[in-house]
Structure formats: structure tokens, C-alpha cells
Design a protein around this ligand. Structure first.
Ligand code: BES
Ligand code: ZN
Length: 523
């Protein structure tokens, strides 16, 4: 029954409709040219191959899921598969009959896009320029903001969003809901010249994502993201008139974020880092809105130091309150979320679970190498049975928003703690590792720091030498500090009397492997 109501991927009928729409309008003779690309996990791929033995993976990759070993660490293989019309029919069959809980896939418009997705699925790749140290030090601000937050405001937003006939990515309601959210957020920001609201236009469909930005005061290039999806789906009726209130999936997530935003604005809070609230388009048809945004941020080298996804926050189906999903997420940031709950939300309990596949927009950030977290309403399997139907209503979430309020508070605590860091704050630890051939150099930075000291430490094999310099990349003859002993264990500390940039250079004196740790301590 459960699986019939919610086969996996949960929006599969709608996804297949999207994929088939293009194919059905094509003459059979042209079908060979009409290709679709998906990436799937190993278990899903095996099932697909049973149904369509001719199916081959064009490219495969082993992923190390970035989880602490205590919490379900794993490796996983992901395959890029080309699907044509005939295979798609078999695929659909296989998914309905067998795939059930091991599926999920991401849709790609072209082979190149699929390859790009596969190439960037390594967690925490080059995109992460500054890793926060996750020190909790805003006890004078956070409790006051959290105490102002109210479930009744969340109820209002959920009901407003649910009142669109649907918010499907292709319908009028879907576009209208995006415009409505833009207007709502812009209204909340009235009088704040440091806040702006824009819509992100997507290729191929009218629904736009909505992005509210609070500019950081003195560390604006570092960005913290909180997101949810503004679209909804009724998997058995994706027409203009198909009813899809999506009260829990995901009006609840948007409503939780919106209440965090309201309370932060009401308190007059001004972040040092830039904060972005995102309402994503087209999540239910393959994370398409968030994938486009995360790709764009990566392409523009935007330094997103953390992202949090709120998708389904209001159905209380498990004993613990907040469930931290450990797959397609970042273990260090997940640990930080658990610490935030302990520090600021007495009585609220945390559990750990996983989706098993890229089940929401956090995966789009993760796939681009940015730290992502996904705190969820229940243990996977205990979640709201009404999603993707006309019955995903506020009433069927128990006529309350007390559960969603916990996620709103967690989001506010997360945004304020990460948002308040910049030069002069003790929040910077960055780790790098790699290897050098004899004579090879590699530079790191700039590390933007305030008054205090920046310390660089290396360990490793062979013989790595370390150079640190203020304001410019060091050379082996020009540096502020050098450490060039006969091993790869080196240390340099540079004292800063004003805000500024520091650069680090490593040189393989002999062939070596290195772990470089760069940390900053304010005065
Ligand atoms: N909110 C769901 C994801 C979800 C549902 C997570 C239940 C955990 C428990 C999301 O909107 C969704 O439906 N995602 C799709 C996958 C996506 C790639 C289309 C899904 O899970 O099938
Ligand atoms: Zn959802």
C-alpha cells in the first residue's frame, strides 16, 4: 500500500511524463536521436538492466559518501545511462514493479550535462574555499530571535501556498506561486536596502526560482544558503487543474524558512557573510531548479560556505524531532546542526537517517562540491504518506505547525551562527591535501583574515616545504615565513595587525604527499 501510494522515485510518474512528453511527439524514425540521460545508483541500475539488458552505462563513478564512519558511512557507484523510447517503457515497468526503495535518479538534458554531473559528484571538491570551524558563539543574539518565532505565521504561509490549485513547474499555478513568493519576501524586506529579491529564470519551463539575498556587511563574498522547493506535484494528475496543495511537500519548508527570515528581519540582524534564501522551481521533476542554480554558482566561483535544505518539515511521524539525513550531505556541517539543536533548542531531539538517493535539492549543492545538510521531519519511511497527492494538506499534517517551527528555529540558528563570521572571528580552519612531485609548487589562498594570527601546518610523506606571505603569493625567495625542514612536517605563523590577505605556497623538495591545515586565531 505504502509503495503503491509512493513508488520511488516518489515523483516517478510525473518524471516519466516529462521524459515521455518529448519522446511521444517524435516520429519513430527519429526516436534514435531523441535521447535522455539519467544518473542512477548501483542498485537502481541493476534493476534497470534486468528489465532492459541492452542498457549500458556510458560512464560510472565510485563515490565516497562524505559521512562520519559512525553514521552509516558507505561508498556508492553512480552510472550515467542513456535511455531511448523503447528502454524507457521497460524502465518504467521495472521501476514500478521492482525498484521501489533503491531508486531515484537525476535527469540530464544532454550527455555532456550528465557527464558534468558525474564529474562533480565528488564531495567537497574545489568549490569550497573556506570551511567554517562551526564554533557556536552567538549566544547573545540567537535565543532572542528564536523566542520571537511563531507557529501561526508558518500556518499562514503553508495555507497561502496550498491555495494554488497546484504549483507544478509547468502550470499557471506553478508560475503564479513563484511570483507570489517573490512578492511576499520583497514585502518583508521593505526598508532594508541590504536585502534584494530576484527570480532565477530556467531554460525549458516558466516557473522561476526565487532568491532573497541579505548582503553581508564585511565578509560578503562568503555565502550561506537556506532553501526549499516552491513547486508541488500530484503524480497522478499533472494537468493545469490537477490538485496538488503540497502543504508538507514543500510549502512547509518554504514556510519554515520564511518565519526564520521574518524573525531575523524583526530583530534587525545584519549578517557579516551574505545569506541567501532560495525557493527552488522544478524540484519534483528531478531537482532541476536547484541543479541549475548550484551549477551557475559553481561556474561563477561563488564561495558558498554552507547550505541547508528544508523539504518537508511539518509531519511528525517519528519519535525524534529533527532527522539529519547523512547521504548527499556534509558530515561536519551535520555535526554542527546537531550542536545547534543542543545549544539553542532544549528538549528537541535529533535522529539520523538517509534517503538512499538524491531525494531533494541539497543533492544539487552537494554535487557541485558545496557543504549541504538536510534536516527532515521523520525517519525515512515514517514520512508523510499523502505527499504527491491531492491530500497533502495542512489538515493531514495534523493541523499544526509546531513541528515546522523547530526547523524554522534551526534554520535561524544556522544562518545567524554562520552568517556572523568574518575577518576577526575564530571560525576559520581549512584543510587541503594532495601530492607534489620533486620541485613542484602549489599555492593556496587568499585567506582573508583580520587582526590576529594565521597559522599553516603541514604533515605528510616525503619532504614538503612551506612558505607563507602577506598580500601576495609567496615564492621560494619571497615570503613572510618559511619552514623547510627535512620532512613534510612544517609550521608557519604570521601575525596580522590589520585585515588582509595571506597566501600559502607548498613546494615538493622531494616527491611528497601533504596535508595542509590553515587556521586563523583572532587577537
Ligand atoms: N520531498 C521529497 C523527498 C522526500 C520524500 C524525502 C520523502 C524523504 C522522504 C521530494 O520532493 C521528492 O519527491 N523527491 C523525489 C526525487 C526527485 C529527484 C524528483 C523523490 O523522492 O522521488
Ligand atoms: Zn519535496
Amino acid at each position: 500500500m505504502r509503495n503503491q501510494m509512493r513508488p520511488l522515485p516518489r515523483a516517478l510518474p510525473a518524471l516519466l511524463a516529462v521524459m515521455l512528453a518529448g519522446l511521444c511527439s517524435t516520429l519513430p524514425a527519429m526516436a534514435a536521436d531523441n535521447k535522455t540521460w539519467i544518473t542512477v545508483g548501483d542498485a537502481a541500475f541493476k534493476h534497470l538492466q534486468k528489465a532492459a539488458p541492452q542498457l549500458v552505462a556510458r560512464e560510472s563513478k565510485v563515490l565516497r559518501t562524505n559521512e562520519s564512519s559512525a553514521k552509516m558511512a558507505a561508498t556508492e557507484k553512480v552510472h550515467l545511462v542513456e535511455v531511448d523510447e523503447v528502454q524507457l517503457a521497460a524502465l518504467s515497468e521495472a521501476v514500478h514493479k521492482e525498484l521501489k526503495r533503491c531508486g531515484g535518479y537525476m535527469f540530464h538534458a544532454s550527455e555532456a550535462e550528465g557527464k558534468r554531473a558525474l564529474a562533480t559528484t565528488a564531495p567537497l571538491a574545489t568549490a569550497l574555499l573556506s570551511r567554517p570551524s562551526y564554533v557556536i558563539d552567538n549566544q547573545t543574539v540567537v535565543p532572542g530571535v528564536l523566542s520571537q518565532m511563531q507557529a501561526s505565521n508558518i500556518t499562514t504561509t503553508i495555507n497561502d501556498l496550498s491555495s494554488f490549485v497546484n504549483r507544478y513547474y509547468k502550470t499557471t499555478g506553478g508560475s503564479d506561486a513563484s511570483n507570489w513568493l517573490k512578492t511576499k519576501w520583497a514585502g518583508m524586506a521593505t526598508g532594508r536596502s541590504d536585502i534584494s529579491v530576484t527570480q532565477f529564470t530556467h531554460a525549458g519551463y516558466n516557473q522561476k526560482s526565487v532568491i532573497l539575498t541579505i548582503n553581508g556587511t564585511d565578509n560578503a563574498s562568503e555565502v550561506v544558503v537556506v532553501g526549499g522547493h516552491l513547486d508541488s506535484v500530484n503524480s497522478s494528475n499533472t494537468s493545469e487543474t490537477g490538485r496538488a496543495p503540497g502543504a508538507d511537500d514543500d510549502a512547509s519548508g518554504i514556510a519554515s524558512m520564511t518565519e526564520a527570515l521574518r524573525a531575523m528581519i524583526a530583530s534587525g540582524y545584519k549578517p557579516r557573510r551574505t545569506i541567501k534564501f532560495m525557493g527552488y522551481a522544478a524540484e519534483e521533476v528531478g531537482l532541476r531548479g536547484s541543479a541549475a542554480i548550484a551549477q551557475d554558482f559553481k561556474a561563477r566561483n561563488v564561495n558558498v560556505v554552507g547550505s541547508m535544505q528544508l523539504d518537508m518539515t511539518n509531519y511528525k511521524g517519528s519519535p525524534s524531532d529533527i532527522w539529519i539525513y547523512t547521504d548527499y550531505t556534509d558530515s561536519l556541517q551535520n555535526d554542527f546542526l546537531a550542536k545547534l539543536v543542543t545549544a539553542y533548542m532544549p528538549g528537541v531531539t535529533v535522529g539520523y537517517s538517509k534517503c538512499g538517493y538524491a531525494c531533494s535539492d541539497h543533492a544539487s549543492w552537494y554535487n557541485q562540491g558545496y557543504p549541504a545538510s538536510f534536516p527532515f521531519e521523520t525517519l525515512d519511511g515514517d514520512d508523510n504518506p499523502y505527499i504527491h497527492t491531492a491530500n497533502d494538506t495542512y489538515a493531514n499534517s495534523g493541523n499544526q505547525a509546531a513541528h515546522a517551527l523547530k526547523f524554522a528555529k534551526l534554520a535561524a540558528a544556522y544562518l545567524i551562527e554562520l552568517g556572523s563570521d568574518g575577518p576577526g572571528a575564530a571560525d576559520r580552519v581549512e584543510n587541503f591535501s594532495g601530492s607534489l612531485t620533486s620541485g613542484q609548487t602549489k599555492s593556496f589562498g587568499p585567506f582573508k583574515v583580520g587582526v590576529g594570527s594565521l597559522r599553516a601546518d603541514t604533515t605528510g610523506t616525503g619532504d614538503t616545504d612551506l612558505y607563507v606571505r602577506k598580500a601576495a603569493v609567496p615564492t621560494t625567495s619571497t615570503y613572510t615565513c618559511k619552514s623547510d625542514g627535512a620532512t613534510s612536517t612544517e609550521t608557519c605563523t604570521v601575525n596580522m595587525t590589520a585585515n588582509g590577505d595571506v597566501y600559502v605556497l607548498l613546494k615538493g623538495y622531494k616527491a611528497s604527499t601533504y596535508n595542509l591545515k590553515v587556521s586563523y586565531k583572532p587577537q
